[in-house]
Design a protein around this ligand. Structure first.
Ligand code: FAD
Ligand code: NAD
Length: 160
């Protein structure tokens, strides 16, 4: 089985889009991620999966904290920026939640401390214990078959 076939199969799993954020030495860092899952209600745990080549990996290992920002359908630009799909530098004004940088306008901001990490293949899974949450009533940005989508039919049409 080749990489393309694996990615094509996994791309059929429609997801939301998050930006993982953390801070190290007073410097904020963000990375787009769709490998995110709720794990446990008691205690409240989530998991993220970070590739071995991502700058984010060492930063979370050091900070031991991260926030998950679930993007609204108006925030595709943030997803592209934090995935390196927009090449020019942009100034981002972060908010703070539980001492972590978070993105304004996200439909959910989830601040976590790392309670466990597991290296699996070329990714590291970080288990985060939830410290604080902020939620807004908005529609989500979605990712399906390698393209950004929206729950709104007219936006899905534009992205095709
Ligand atoms: P960099 O490549 O250095 O940074 C990413 C970008 O964010 C750069 O353009 C940088 O300028 C910008 N940036 C970072 N911090 C700031 C800041 N403070 N202010 C302004 N700009 C900033 N990879 C995974 O490992 N796991 C996943 O689950 C995952 N899911 C993805 C889902 C989607 C939909 C997409 C498009 C990509 C996904 N990726 C995932 C790939 C990942 O987003 C990219 O490989 C990313 O470039 C890796 O980021 P990095 O930490 O190496 O940082
Ligand atoms: P794509 O077609 O590469 O992604 C489709 C699906 O394949 C993703 O949703 C994910 O489930 C899986 N996938 C892709 N790359 C992976 C990887 N390196 N490790 C584990 N699973 C992976 O979508 P695209 O628009 O070409 O993606 C843009 C870039 O973002 C690519 O470089 C891709 O590798 C990367 N990406 C990485 C992950 C990840 O590391 N978990 C997830 C999504 C996208």
């Amino acid at each position: 089985m080749d990489d393309r076939q694996f990615r094509q199969a996994m791309g059929n799993f429609a997801t939301g889009v998050t930006v993982i954020t953390t801070e190290i030495d007073g410097q904020e860092h963000g990375m787009t991620a769709n490998a995110f899952m709720s794990v446990s209600l008691d205690p409240k745990l989530v998991v993220i999966s970070i590739g071995e080549k991502a700058q984010m990996l060492e930063k979370i290992k050091k900070s031991k904290k991260f926030a998950v920002n679930i993007l609204a359908d108006t925030q595709q630009e943030y997803s592209m920026l934090f995935a390196g799909q927009i090449k020019e530098e942009r100034k981002v004004n972060f908010e703070t939640l539980a001492g972590l940088p978070v993105l304004p306008g996200a439909i959910a901001q989830v601040a976590c401390e790392v309670v466990n990490e597991h290296v699996e293949g070329d990714h590291t899974l970080f288990i985060g214990k939830v410290l604080d949450i902020k939620v807004e009533e908005k529609d989500p940005l979605m990712f399906f078959r390698g393209k950004y989508r929206s729950l709104l039919p007219e936006l899905s049409f534009i992205n095709k």
